[in-house]
Write a protein that binds this ligand. Sequence first.
Ligand SMILES: [Zn+2]
Length: 447
Amino acid sequence: MSGRTFLAGGRVIDPANGLDGVRTVVLEDGVVREVRAAAPSASERAAAEVVDCKGLLVLPGLVDLHVHLREPGEEGKETIASGARAAAAGGVTTVVAMPNTRPVCDSAGIARFVLSKAREAGRARVLPAGAITRGSLGEALADHAELKDAGCVVLTDDGRPVMNAAVMRRALEYARDLELPVMVHAEDLHLSCGGAMNEGPVATRLGLPGVPAAAEVAMVERDLLLAELTGAHLHIGHVSAAGSVRAIRAARARGVRVTAEATPHHFTLTDEAVAGSPSPIGPSGQAGEPYDTHAKMYPPLRSEADRQEIVRALADGVIDAIATDHAPHGPLDKEVEFVHAANGVVGLETSLSLSLSLVRAGALPLPRLVERLSWGPARCFGLPYGTLSPGAPADAIVVDPERAWTVEPRRFYSRSGNTPFAGWTLHGRVLRTFVEGKLVHELKEEE
Ligand SMILES: [Zn+2]
């Protein structure tokens, strides 16, 4: 469908252009034609699709830099098609697919496979990430030029760190010359070894082995030094610790090329969730079960002081992007003892609503939050998305910011339902999602 669509009379927020006001967005031939004050005229209405957006938000399609789609290799947990469908439902129009599939995306063949599956699926734009090292084993470098040619937008061994600093240095040098960012999963495997949750009073109380925040911060500091040494662009994935925020802030002040992301679960929950205690900003009284394996992920949920530092960093821009680290797992991976459970939670269908609760809590203004979900992440990797600028791809969402809904994992479009937010009542729902002007999701009445 290359016809025109008017998203008429909503509150349009486009951080890339400093816009926040009642406008009409015109989508045509796959791009944003214009954003204007005037409502569609009678003749325009007759010739086009008009969506009445009065009282609703009209935002750029969201960009999620950190998503595990599990295909190839673990299609029981998620496929590119089911993940793209979940993304569309969550208002996410662009996802960056992590390479830790089976096999790992460390060659052009796998990257092209991901791109062709995504084209077949439609629904959302899927951009592959390529591995830093072959098989993400942390030893021999993958062919970064080949990965870039095949369409990879970032290099990462996510799921694992590159423990060898010399290998990391070499990777950063190649990436710099190829103008690719390098995303790191910051974890010192020697320090984290055997840990199942954040090290601290809650772990002690529960008798679970802890992972100190230093396991993350030490690697963030190391990689910032290597980024400074090489001049490469470092992107820190899933920042969870206050110490990491301080390190990034200081590095940026001295000119290091660094960007960073944080997840909704890290800014919503603390390690108390493992004990079944209520969230600091969740619906009041909402508590879970102690030893709930849906509260297990890497990096682990941290302390309240860490959570507050992440929120501050999202507000002041030290953290550029909200990314979900959407990590589908099946029941067999989670219905086991806490120490043996798989790490990870799904996030695509709850990210926007959880993010909006930061605005409800007064932590940051709505336009800033929208930036962290759209233009902020797009800018991290130099992507031409996350904006309603005229001529940009027509990725847009219509959101009812007040609409309440209850998280029911069995209703997710994702193949997996591993979320600690089951049963939570959240506010803010995506009513329609457009990718390149095509309607890829529309909320059904009963949802
Ligand atoms: Zn990771």
